[in-house]
Design a protein around this ligand. Structure first.
Ligand code: FUB
Length: 305
């Protein structure tokens, strides 16, 4: 009997492990998740790794996936191409996107070519999107302190209505957005993170900035680089300085990581990408999601897929 019971326990453990294993949201390669809940549906904007060369992130379009329940995802296709931005080179790289809703419209923040961020606008979350300006929202050649690589936009609209755009590699940047969501106000500022553990030199900002707010506290998460561990700091101010608080997701076996966090019906979800499909790798990534939770003191429990 004892033997049967331990067999049953092992079987149950195996079943449990299988059930919580990271599942790609699509059989198509994708990366850089930007998940949102708009009008009763989840919209996940992504970099389209399936249309890159397999040797670099050189896709020129973004992909949209939608879901009603976070489990079943529909591939809504390549809803936007860099050519929508007339000022962009038609073969410019389309990287980690972001979206935001305001003014009854939907805004899509598009890092293009590694040196500019464009913004497009639409009446529906799925588009069609049109260029909201005649030039880039952020341009390394034009804007003071835009940094070496203005990519990876992330937007938070705070409870007081002020919107912030975070972006950048190696040095995180933040700038205030006007209420129109298509122009900035004030200087581009460096985001400061303090208190990194002295015994781990790899713990420093790399890319993929993301800001979310919970119980009045601002959580600034990001990837430490290439490869990237997802770590975070907190602050009582949306622009920091942030104090290092811990690891959200450990290194995956690929050269990048990129996270986003959403809360829905009292539950938090971490979106990230990993090597999950046959033939996958650093340029052929797969987005997945996992439940994320907090300790009573507000710190995030590390997600262990
Ligand atoms: O997809 C290209 C780049 O890879 C993104 O901009 C980074 O965040 C990394 O995920």
């Amino acid at each position: 009997k004892a033997g049967n019971l331990s067999c049953l326990a092992v079987g149950l453990m195996a079943f449990t492990t299988t059930a919580i294993a990271a599942e790609p949201i699509s059989p198509r390669f994708n990366g850089d998740p930007s998940p949102h809940y708009f009008k009763g549906r989840f919209y996940l904007y992504a970099t389209d790794d399936a249309s890159n060369s397999g040797k670099y992130w050189d896709s020129t379009s973004w992909r949209l996936y939608t879901s009603k329940d976070l489990k079943n995802w529909k591939d809504d296709g390549a809803f936007l191409d860099v050519t929508v931005f007339k000022w962009a080179k038609p073969d410019a790289k389309a990287w980690a996107p972001e979206a935001a809703a305001r003014n009854g419209k939907y805004y899509f923040y598009a890092p293009i070519g590694g040196d500019k961020i464009g913004v497009a606008v639409a009446d529906k979350p799925e588009g069609p999107y049109r260029d909201a300006r005649t030039d880039a929202l952020i341009d390394k050649a034009r804007d003071a302190n835009a940094g070496a690589e203005p990519i990876d936009p992330a937007v938070l609209i705070d409870d007081d209505g002020q919107a912030y755009l975070f972006f950048g590699t190696r040095v995180p940047k933040v700038v205030k957005l006007n209420k129109d969501m298509i122009s900035t106000t004030g200087p581009i500022m460096d985001v400061v993170v303090t208190g990194y553990p002295a015994d781990d030199a790899k713990k420093k900002y790399g890319e993929a900035p993301f800001l979310h707010k919970r119980n009045g506290l601002y959580y600034f998460s990001f990837s430490t680089g290439w490869p990237g561990q997802i770590i975070y700091g907190t602050s009582t101010s949306p622009v920091g300085p942030f104090e290092y608080r811990g690891v959200i997701l450990d290194y995956r076996t690929i050269n990048t990581n990129h996270q986003a966090i959403i809360e829905h019906k009292g539950k938090s979800w971490l979106f990230y990408h990993d090597k999950l499909l046959p033939g996958g790798g650093g340029y052929r990534r797969s987005i997945t999601l996992a439940p994320m939770s907090y300790r009573p003191d507000g710190t995030i429990k590390e997600v262990k897929p």
